[in-house]
Ligand binder design. Structure first.
Ligand code: ADP
Length: 517
């Protein structure tokens, strides 16, 4: 009770004092790291948007400059007011793949105007010629300053964009090397021009793996085209993101290690507490086990001394009780001493040829006397030529005694015990079967551990130190053998000692070990 309250307190202390604050800190670390990552992404997105917008605006200015350069002779001709000479000038300044065109004032309403640096740029929206070219030109005025028409060329937007992207990015975008606190510079942004079908037609620098591309659509003569800005492979944002991912992974590993360590720490603590509880109950069990026979012997001796027992039968009964309790006391003391020797590694075995049948018969016969007045029937079934084993006879007898003792202790009304000798391959088996309370399957391994006593009702009432089976297992293992249990709750249990038979000891009998009930 005290131990379980104590163990609960230790668990709460570990939970509240170590695990909870550590998990809280790890959570805070992850939260802050995520916050930094999101702020960085937002900053990068803004910067990329700025770069893409600047590139788009740069294209309009590039187109204006391109037209201005070549339209000057046509402007001069326009001042003379002669349409034909305007056309001639335009054609003279046209490149072979950009046919010149003159749009008269009457047609100009079908065209769109785009103001670039206060200069109206004329273009025909959506209308393309057979080769997908679009018209782009400038206003032409006469001597009085009146607009008389527009002159320009049919250009292919895709070709123009792909040819001029590098120049636009390098020359026309603000050349501020360090922006937004120096996180990114112009050189670390990749810019790509995309055609209306999504295909990249030109790019400046290789884009990095940062999953935050920003796109801006182009308008006017370049309608349908888009500029995409992404961090380039050499951008510090890439390595910063990698660091953030690493940081989050590190926090994850830390949390996993902490949880595993807490789990093992708690398991260890609970085991230690359980061990302490078992040890203290062992001490009280042992002292009870020692005191009871001593008290009974003392009472019987005193009664005899005072001469209160008259009839020889009663005297015999008292003497038998003294003898039984002495044997019980002796067995307990032997168990404790043996256990202490085994634990200290000081228990030595004197191996010699042991006639198992003989040893079993003697032990069972001596035991039969002790339990006959308790109403038990003890049957012995040994094959006549059970092979000898190599072992320590008294130690093996002690194992058998412990099994018999348990069979008696853990039987209720059906007081039947059966001892059987069997041979399986090169092993000799001695089994003790009872029809007692049995053992649940989940407990069948546990009972061989030291100090373990199951908490069933009957076990509570029966005395014991929880050493017997642990001792049996250790002794049998020292003989290179093993002990097995087969049991059904409320039906009974069968414990079998399997010992390798002595070399040269011929076995002629082969039978199966009996089962639990
Ligand atoms: P002890 O008998 O002194 O408690 P043991 O090591 O001999 O210690 O046995 C450990 C536990 O195994 C017992 O407390 C009991 O719960 C269980 N046990 C042992 N033998 C039997 C049996 N024949 N039938 C039912 N339960 C048994």
């Amino acid at each position: 009770m005290l131990a379980s309250r104590f163990s609960r307190r230790v668990l709460i202390l570990i939970g509240l004092g170590v695990t909870f604050p550590a998990l809280l800190l790890a959570g805070l670390g992850a939260f802050l790291t995520r916050g930094v990552s999101q702020a960085l992404d937002a900053q990068t997105d803004r910067y990329h948007l700025y770069m893409a917008q600047q590139t788009v605006a740069g294209f309009e200015r590039e187109l204006l400059a391109h037209l201005r350069e070549r339209i000057a002779p046509a402007e001069n001709a326009a001042r003379s007011g002669d349409d034909l000479s305007v056309r001639a000038m335009l054609e003279a300044a046209a490149a072979p793949d950009e046919p010149a065109a003159f749009v008269s004032l009457a047609q100009i309403t079908d065209y769109y105007l785009l103001l670039v640096e206060s200069t109206p740029l004329v273009y025909q929206s959506g209308a393309e010629d057979a080769r997908g070219r679009r018209f782009a030109g400038l206003m032409l005025r006469d001597r009085t300053g009146q607009v008389i028409g527009a002159g320009g060329w049919w250009i292919e937007p895709g070709v123009f964009v792909s040819q001029h992207l590098q120049a636009v990015v390098e020359e026309r975008i603000v050349g501020d090397e360090r922006m937004y606190g120096g996180i990114e510079s112009r050189r670390q942004v990749s810019l790509a021009a995309l055609a209306p079908d999504g295909i990249t037609i030109a790019s400046v620098r290789t884009p990095g793996s940062n999953p935050h591309p920003v796109e801006v659509a182009m308008e006017g003569p370049f309608e349908g085209y888009r500029i995409r800005a992404t961090a380039s492979t050499s951008a510090p944002i890439g390595s910063t993101k990698r660091l953030i991912t690493l940081n989050l992974a590190f926090i994850g590993v830390m949390v996993a290690v902490l949880l595993v360590a807490t789990f093992f720490g708690l398991r260890y603590t609970v085991r230690q507490i359980e061990l302490a509880r078992i040890k203290s109950s062992f001490l009280s069990n042992v002292s009870h086990e020692l005191k009871t026979p001593i008290a009974l012997i003392r009472l019987a001796v005193e009664t005899l001394e005072m001469g209160r027992v008259q009839s020889p039968e009663d005297r015999d009964k008292f003497l038998r009780r003294i003898s039984r309790e002495t044997v019980r006391l002796n067995q307990l003391v032997e168990n404790i001493l043996d256990f202490a020797r085994l634990e200290a590694g000081q228990r030595t075995f004197r191996f010699q040829d042991v006639d198992v049948a003989e040893m079993v018969r003697e032990t069972v016969d001596s035991y039969r006397l002790r339990i006959e007045d308790q109403g038990f029937t003890l049957t012995l079934d040994l094959p006549h030529d059970l092979p000898h084993v190599r072992g320590d006879g008294p130690a093996l007898a002690q194992c058998l005694l412990n099994l018999l003792d348990n069979a008696v202790k853990y039987s209720r009304d059906r007081k039947e015990i059966r001892v059987v000798g069997v041979v399986r391959e090169n092993l000799v088996g001695i089994s003790v079967a009872d029809r007692g309370i049995g053992i649940a399957p989940r407990d069948q391994r546990k009972i061989f551990e030291k100090f373990v006593r199951l908490e069933d009702g009957l076990v509570h009432d029966v005395k014991g130190a929880g050493l017997g089976l642990s001792l049996v297992r250790q002794i049998v293992r020292a003989h290179s053998g093993r002990v097995e249990v087969a049991s059904v709750p409320n039906e009974g249990s069968t414990f079998t000692l399997w010992i390798p038979r002595a070399a040269g000891s011929a076995a002629t009998v082969t039978s199966e070990a009996p089962t639990g009930s």
